[in-house]
Design a protein around this ligand. Sequence first.
Ligand code: TTP
Ligand code: CA
Length: 362
Amino acid sequence: MERVIIHVDMDYFYAAIEEREDPTLKGKAVVVCMYSNRGESGGAVSTSNYIARDAGIRSAMPCKLAKSKKPDAVFLPVRKAFYEEVSASVMEILRSNADSEEAFEKISIDEAFLEITESCNCDYDLAKEIGLRIKEEVKSQERITCSVGIGPNKLIAKMASSFRKPDGITVIRPEETEDFLKPMPVKKLWGIGKVTEDKLAEMGITTVEELAAFDVMELISVFGKNKGMWLKGAASGQDDSPVKERTASDQIGRMASLKNDSRNENMIFSLLDELMDDVIGKVKKRKVSFRSVTVTVIFSNFKTSTKSKTFNHAVSDREILTENAVELMKQFLEESTINFRRIGVRVGNLQESTGQKSLFDF
Ligand code: TTP
Ligand code: CA
């Protein structure tokens, strides 16, 4: 059956979030570093923005080497928990654009597939409009950019999204897949790692076109039945794997900036209320219940802090969300003296809601 799949990949994700949080970083090279227990000298680059990449900085490179390539770059430590929150908000935007709640598959902190076969009725012009709408929603709600790939299956969609980056959109119609894939080096085929690439090179295969033309029996003799057949199919753009959520356990979250940095309780609690409306709406729509509530505050000095509460039972009531989120937010207000810049609320440890007890059963 004909399908239309979108793959979304956020651009320079961790560094883009840091840029968004601190406008003074605009125009500068930004490198996000994972520091080891040996301190700042032992870290590796997690990611960097495109200005830093122009200077030759790459993920996994020692931070020291990155520094020597671009001494005036801004080096920042990884804030994983915070990026997870932004990811949860982005994923909710993406999920809401899929054919159904289930036609969605997050594959990493900043990438997901969604099926839009029904929404676009297999019309690729309409599919492109949906892709552009997703980009717009992510940009306006989260103030970061993403790259979108659209194609007849996950393999093509995934490869299309990395075709134009950053802030790109690439649509590959079924009749275009062959021409799209042909000139690519085999290592670009999603699923081919370094070992396979080297083995193929030994066999004289370096482009997808060469792989597609290769005798399948010979591929099977080298790689075994499953992999051999997969290689042959992938090289001609075939992929039947469904878009399917891998883990039910997930989180639903929203974050937003205050109109201006402030400790004004009315302003903070009314924004928190809006965010909770949004979160609980999504909880109901996904028919899930949750076992934890987390509140995040980003202060005017860009420090991020989170507080969580976990329950014995899964719940889905707005009352419980409100009660706990408000309490956590009050703790933040009591403990801190600095203005708040951005706040977020998230529910986690999700479970299917069917047959779930409500607040009033306890
Ligand atoms: P990627 O999607 O591979 O990279 P990216 O989003 O930074 O850049 P782009 O997609 O525009 O090329 O990875 C997503 C995030 O995962 C990235 O922002 C940081 C993290 N990451 C690491 O921590 N270490 C790594 O080696 C890589 C590749 C990514
Ligand atoms: Ca990315």
